[in-house]
Design a binder for this molecule. Structure first.
Ligand SMILES: [Zn+2]
Length: 335
């Protein structure tokens, strides 16, 4: 076959475009909290902790609840306000247990100003806002809203359980540990959750004081962040340098990942921390759903209205996907 100069230039152009798309895909994979795998799994498993009256609705919509667990991450590609809802750099407010930071949102804004509060993240407050919205949706007996808000509150609750979501050094960027964010919350569960983690958890419980509950989880995350970082550093020093990373083929792309042996060694050193936080996330998500339903007066979920999503809601799902595929985060990067 004779290839003309024009054709080969064309081919080069195409190759270049393909390469850029791959790069973009690689970059995107690293931007998510708990990874898509973790968020979907947490919402999926939370369904089985619900009482029979709720299981009816949630189990028949389990695909939706799992699939849309990642919408809040996709929304970070659409609107700038989304980013801060996923984390809180609580170590920017003095020392543990960060008493300087009022747990009440209005008091915190009055003390530090809205810009500073937003810059350091708002996840414990946002979970409470979502709980109010979900409770209202139950009171209105609006099925579409119940499902959408359940999927999304699950995401924020799970994020609050991730230690590096409560640290300003969220991707090890200040300690030469870039990539540790995705390592802890994506690589470890993707490699080990199905094979080794125990997800027999029990059942959802009523949360008397949701604010106190979520702040307690955030403080646990903050307390664990140092260990997450320190153990990775210690292990790196002990581990043969050429065995820390491996190359894997993902969808036809060669990607550098933390090696299986390094991941297993890190998980062992953490003594089950990732599994524990994942289990606690599942329990918390189910308990928040259950609490919203109780606070709404335990509506009969067999007789709900608004079973179909509105045209606006369907449009939003589509836009979330297309913005996410374009791959540009609006506002601060997560990692
Ligand atoms: Zn997130």
């Amino acid at each position: 076959m004779i290839v003309t100069g024009y054709q080969s230039a064309n081919n080069m152009q195409r190759l270049k475009k393909l390469f850029l798309t791959f790069l973009l895909l690689l970059f995107c994979q690293q931007c998510f909290c708990w990874g898509f795998y973790g968020h979907r799994k947490i919402n999926y498993l939370a369904v089985f902790l619900l009482p029979p009256e709720m299981l009816l609705l949630y189990k028949s919509n389990i695909e939706f609840i799992s699939e849309h667990a990642v919408d809040p991450d996709k929304r970070r590609y659409a609107i700038a306000e989304e980013g801060p809802r996923h984390y809180i750099d609580i170590d920017q407010y003095g020392t543990y247990p960060y008493k300087e930071l009022p747990r009440n949102y209005d008091s915190a804004v009055a003390k530090f100003g809205i810009d500073s509060i937003n810059a350091h993240g708002i996840v414990p407050w946002w979970v409470q806002t979502m709980l109010q919205r979900l409770t209202k949706a139950f009171k209105e007996k609006n099925q579409a809203k119940i499902l959408k808000l359940s999927a999304e509150i699950g995401h924020y609750i799970a994020d609050a359980h991730v230690p590096l979501h409560a640290s300003h050094n969220h991707n090890g960027q200040y300690s030469n540990q870039n990539g540790i964010h995705g390592f802890w919350e994506s690589r470890v569960p993707e490699l080990l959750a199905d094979k080794e983690f125990d997800f027999w958890i029990g059942k959802a419980e009523y949360i008397k004081n949701p604010g106190q509950f979520i702040w307690a989880r955030v403080l646990e995350s903050a307390a664990a962040a140092d260990t997450v970082l320190r153990y990775e550093k210690e292990l790196t020093e002990q581990f043969p340098a050429d065995q820390k990373y491996a190359f894997e083929n993902r969808n036809g792309i060669t990607t550098r990942v933390y090696s299986t042996s390094f991941t297993v060694a890190y998980n062992n050193k953490l003594q089950g921390m990732v599994e524990r936080r994942m289990r606690q996330s599942i329990y918390a998500v189910a308990s928040f759903w259950y609490t919203a339903w109780i606070n709404a007066g335990q509506p009969d979920l067999k007789t709900l209205t608004n079973k179909e999503f509105t045209a606006d809601e369907l449009k939003e799902f589509e836009e979330l996907n297309s913005n996410w595929k374009k791959g540009k985060v609006v506002g601060r990067e997560h990692e």
